[in-house]
Design a binder for this molecule. Sequence first.
Ligand SMILES: *Cc1c(COP(=O)(O)O)cnc(C)c1O
Length: 592
Amino acid sequence: MQVTSNKPFSYEPLPNSGTVAYFSMEIAINPGMPTYSGGLGVLAGDTLRSAADLGVHLVAFTLAHRKGYFQQHISATGEQTEETQPWDPSDFCTEESARIKVGIEGRVVTVRAWRYDLEGRYGHIVPIYLLDTDLDENSGWDRGLTDHLYGGDTNYRLQQEIILGMGGVRMAGALGLDVNVYHMNEGHAALLTLALLERQLGGAPLGACTETDVEQVRRQCVFTTHTPVPAGHDRFSTEQTIRILGSDRTARLEHLGCFQDGLLNMTHLALHFSRYANGVALQHGKVSRDMFPDFRVDSITNGVHAPTWMSEPMRQMLDTHLPAWRRDNLYLRNAIDLPVRDILHAHARAKEALLTEVASRTGLVLNPRVLTLGFARRAATYKRADLLLTDPERLRKIAEDAGGLQILYAGKAHPQDIPGKALVRSVIETANNLSSDLLRIVYLENYAWDLGALLTSGVDIWVNTPRRPYEASGTSGMKAALNGVPSLSILDGWWIEGCIEGITGWAIEDGATDADEAESLYRKLEEAVVPLYLDVPERWAQLMRTTMAYNGSYFNTNRMVKQYIRNAYYPIKLVESTPVEEAAFVSDPFEA
Ligand SMILES: *Cc1c(COP(=O)(O)O)cnc(C)c1O
């Protein structure tokens, strides 16, 4: 395609009918609904909250997860145990009368939907449909298929993915929704492409499908991948797919190249049927292109929903000085001029709220004047929760020099993640051995939405230590930044884009070994963080101000959803005669 530079570049208007259908295995919808496990679900929820604020025509599909993810308990010695979190969708949602059916392992399973109306700032509603198989006409096993988020084995998981992907497409049809974009948030929903292909064929056998049919499906689908860890991509054996999905479908997917090393790879399936795909930070896009060299993968960096994750005192302060921030988060850039005293005051109140919660959960009374670090995330081993504890003597010395140090930890290990559970235990053992009047290390139980909001807004520094390049993005540091809390982190995921040394936080330098990176972490604490914190409060407040202005104004879902609209859902087109296939990538930042 030739574009001459003097031609006017005009935008195609957004379509005035049609809806985006957003599919996600987990969505953090409401703090009272245990329908998410961590970062992926929180991102999905924040995406929908911003879509509602922006008035985007969008609906979402997920599963009801009637037994939740799990409630975490930790014993004094650091053993994690789990409890189910049963909840009743009728307490929060309205039941739709539509019923659809899906075939699973030769059985016919009936599915219903519960509608949750997510209302945006100006009253626009994004309906979220929670699919549910707990119906009298289903067998006992099938009634439990929409109970446990990430529970059971791979057989259970594949059956859930049939309900989410294929059931979701059919439910959208039964509800009469006019969907023109299907967005797969991670590979769990990839089977929606198969349902679309079958609809495209109108009852003809799958074997009759042509490249034109595939292309028709592809025009409707976009896909976001979320993990650079190969084991994080869902895969199912040929035996499983033949048994659960059926032999015709398995043969067709094999023919289309969606099997890798004898396994159905959900990421390949989603990529194969999508006209647009993206990773969730600039670097994650690059890592994904290396992992899937046959596909074009763009990048749209994650964000967080600002009003959800900003502390009440900080929101009030901004409402006074910069009220437009709620309507358009870009105005947070003007936080650069906020009065430093007001920022310090708002943060002190957020810290107080956090320390009150710590006291009520643990009985421990922490000191609001002492430098407080936060580290909370899923207890996966690559996140290296123990890196900060590598050299206890040195940490003790830092605490002494700083006039005290408080470290707050939280995080759940997946029930089947034995090394993750061992990591929780080891952090708690070290914390128990190391804690003194000067150095307090506390592991808080049951990391979830409410605790996440208190921690990211109430600590003084947010620490993140993943092993590169396994952090696709990370979003908790973005929540901290919105609250003016700087990060001290490994240069991975979003932090490569967000770190301005000494202005928005500090980078832990890349090292050849864990010990090298721990060394850099300690050195930054000793040489940069502690002296600045002990110095003049004004200088610390200036750091908080630049953190909020530079990173709060950008790493939010208000900006992110606009990027999805213009790059993924309804890409900018030259109004001349640009074919959709080419135009979809006009905005690819990595192509000349
Ligand atoms: C924000 C959030 C996450 C994701 O944060 P990461 O930086 O990716 O770890 C996970 N769990 C909860 C409860 C959160 O609030």
